[in-house]
Design a protein around this ligand. Sequence first.
Ligand SMILES: C[S@@+](CC[C@H](N)C(=O)[O-])C[C@H]1O[C@@H](n2cnc3c(N)ncnc32)[C@H](O)[C@@H]1O
Length: 452
Amino acid sequence: MRGGGDAGAYCAPARDGTVEPAGSHVLDTQALASVTVGRVAGGENLNRALAGLWQEHPLLTAQQRGAITDLCYGTLRFGLRLQAVLDALLAKKLSDPALRWLLLVTLYQLEHTRAAPYAIVDHAVRCVARLGTPQAGGLVNAVLRNFLRRRAALLAKADQSDVGRFSYPQWWIDKVRAQLPQHYALVLHAGNLHPPYTLRVNARRMQRSDYLALLEREGIVGVPVGVSGVRLARALPVGRLPGFAEGIVSVQDAAAQFAAPLLEVEPGMRVLDACAAPGGKTTHLLELADLDLTALDHDAARLDRVRENLERLKLKARLLVGNAADPASWWDGEPYQRILADVPCSASGVVRRHPDIKWLRRPADIKQFAVQQERLVDGLWKTLASGGKFLYTTCSIFEEENCMQLSRFLARHADARTLTLHGFQSRDGTPDGLLLPDNEHDGFFYALLQKI
Ligand SMILES: C[S@@+](CC[C@H](N)C(=O)[O-])C[C@H]1O[C@@H](n2cnc3c(N)ncnc32)[C@H](O)[C@@H]1O
């Protein structure tokens, strides 16, 4: 079974909070994943929900944590489709939400993992007893066995609705269809795939061809992507990446690797990375040239991660905690020749890395992000030198945060002009600067501006 571990090592607590040895760890991972999915459905961010779970259950092994994480990601990714299937299986709404989350996790296991179906169903029924509702065991058993019997017909029925087919909220599907009519089905599908796992080779330390040879010697399969990227055939913990601790490589998606080269930095330039944490693009900029670089972020804890990354890569930058929208509170008045504004956004281009956002975002959030982005870019523009370049980027595919944001900016700032983005091409039928998520990279948007 995926994510198998030590049977009986630890047991999920019952509702009363008591802990006792379990007969099977699979039982625990299923129960704990369903509790976590329920917390996300209730509005909690997945990373925080998992961090809370590890604190509540400190005896979970790394393997168990991995299995729970996999179940949560998969269930949240396909959960809206599975919900459509579940609704078709149930005669009436479930009164206990905990049962719904357990059934969703179990349907995900039945549909998307290779574990034996009878074992999955059996564990789900035993989980019900642990959740304190043994009387629901019969219902759970009947629903799951019914799914196994009528699987093809139920999935075909789910395919008849947008939500059942694509597994996104209806408003999200409507927006992508309206904004990217030629590409929407592929974009939605790409958002449900496992994301590519891509490294960036530190040009100061090693050539990509040498790193590829190093990987080959270690039996790790990787292919070149972009200018200095290497896509691995499968994800590895960073501790197992050759040269990671020594600063030879960083983990960074291929779309994010476009940012630093687009700014065309030269040694000695005064550069601001305005939304810097955790420092993926800060460090890339510094790998390209010795710069007088300030890494700004309003979140001091996240800025610590920039510091760690700089130390690992043996690079130097000035770290500043501050609100990019309010330069008066942190800027020394000397203009920057280059500014990178990797602004907070809906993250709709990286939903496959954060499937919880399908559950957490609301339509009104997109407008709010756009307003926040507008304040940031207007604040930062004041700090750009005449002739200087400004790169605006998001990991969103929604036009409110991208091309609409850009055209509104150009309308407000007569001293701004757009520059050609060398090195990548948007697909036909999409706005300039928009990269759609695919097998190579995440969904991103770039706009390069110059102050005239
Ligand atoms: C998309 S992430 C940046 C990722 C980063 N550039 C990288 O490549 O690793 C956006 C960052 O903006 C920061 N942020 C949000 N609002 C901000 C503000 N008003 N001023 C400065 N930073 C802000 C967040 O804390 C977050 O770290």
